[in-house]
Design a protein around this ligand. Structure first.
Ligand SMILES: [Zn+2]
Length: 221
């Protein structure tokens, strides 16, 4: 059998030393070590340097009395332990509060369109478009978006998780009116001048069309 080059064996030595190589690798390494003094001393060096590191570490621990004392003081002083407990409890509370707020209070999720009912869409003589909305549970706030193509979205939003009580309390039904010219004027003020060409209610993903430019709506009396 051809002799395995020393550098291959020495690449394998760390694996061999840590006993994480296969049985056949182990056998190959041992066969080589039996006949090669270079690789044997490489292994010995590895063993002694690792032992040294361990010894050094122990020495440092003994010598690092200053640090040790601080540790003792930290862990054995009762009021420190108390404060430490308080800090842990406070940060735990903080995490819980943030988590609660993110899940139950932060209005980021559009109310699904199947929870929204739009009816009775009409125009008024003053140019307003009036309609009735009914939203089942969980609605908390409205976000408005004007896209560059002139579509305007009125999006009711709710937290990721709506509690039963929230669902019961936040159902909405009522009339709404909106004037496309006023919306345009508002956005022009903000530096975005786009003609309003359509108005949607609900999330841009599942929009409910209220009005489109050129569409004639029944007039309100
Ligand atoms: Zn060798």
């Amino acid at each position: 059998m051809t002799r395995i080059p020393c550098d291959v064996i020495q690449d394998l030595l760390p694996l061999y030393y840590d006993e994480i190589c296969s049985e056949s690798t182990k056998q190959l390494v041992e066969e080589h070590l039996a006949v090669c003094t270079d690789c044997r001393s490489a292994l010995e060096q590895m063993q002694s340097s690792l032992n040294l590191t361990l010894q050094e570490r122990e020495l440092h621990t003994l010598e690092g009395k200053g640090l040790q004392n601080i540790k003792k003081w930290w862990s054995h002083t009762r009021w420190i332990a108390f404060i430490r407990g308080m800090i842990v409890a406070a940060s735990l509370c903080g995490i819980l509060i943030i988590g609660y707020w993110v899940l139950f209070r932060w209005n980021i999720q559009p109310v699904p369109s199947d929870q929204i009912m739009i009816s009775d869409i009409r125009t008024r003589s003053n140019g307003e478009i009036a309609f009735q909305i009914q939203i089942r549970g969980g609605y908390t706030q409205v976000k408005n978006t004007l896209k560059d193509d002139g579509s305007y979205y009125i999006t009711p939003v709710q937290p990721l998780i709506v509690s039963k009580r929230g669902k019961a309390n936040t159902s909405v039904s009522g009339g709404m009116f909106i004037n496309p010219l006023s919306v345009r004027a508002y956005y022009k003020n903000q530096g975005k001048d786009v003609e309003i060409t359509s108005i949607y209610y609900g999330s841009p993903d599942q929009p409910i069309l209220i009005w489109k430019k050129g569409r004639t709506l029944p007039a309100e009396d």
